[in-house]
Design a protein around this ligand. Sequence first.
Ligand SMILES: [Fe+2]
Length: 205
Amino acid sequence: MAKSDNTNNTKNSEQKEEKGFLENLISPDNNNKEKMNEEMKSSPLHQFFLDSLKDIYYAEHAMVDGLETMQDAATTTELREAFEEHQYQTKEQINRLERIFKLLGETPQKKECQAIKGLQKEVENIIKITEEGTMTRDAALIIAAQKIEHYEIASYGGLAQLAITMGHEKVANLLETTLEEEEETDFLLTDIAETHINLDAEHEK
Ligand SMILES: [Fe+2]
């Protein structure tokens, strides 16, 4: 009885091995998937992708504070509210990036972003050189904010495309959601500037 059980076990394991071998030929099993993941993670493109995510993760954190400064400096309620709304969105974008890191099996990490630091210096300079309570300040703040939006649009747009290329569908969708928010903010800022702020600023003495 025990012998026949052993024979059956051997047969079963042989059948399993054969099945596994056939499955490997048709579709990769978990071991192969893990091997593929390891290979993917060590690829230069994946490393660049991760590095860029860390860059934008830093930038979004910096912008939570940056948008606070811009709210305090803005002249019109309209612009202040637009910055406030985008600050709220930015916090959501940080959460979204954290989900992206998780989907990729990575821990969220920041990498100092020189571009955003430079753009924030521009904001500080605008606050220094424009008079408080003027439309000129708002017109200048809008342009500075749009430069930041465009940096983010280029980053998220490029990263979403790379995610599609590398087969990270969920990651691509999350990046595209943020991309749409950045584009909407950019349009809203143009709208605010064109409705009256630029014209009012033109008449300031
Ligand atoms: Fe953002």
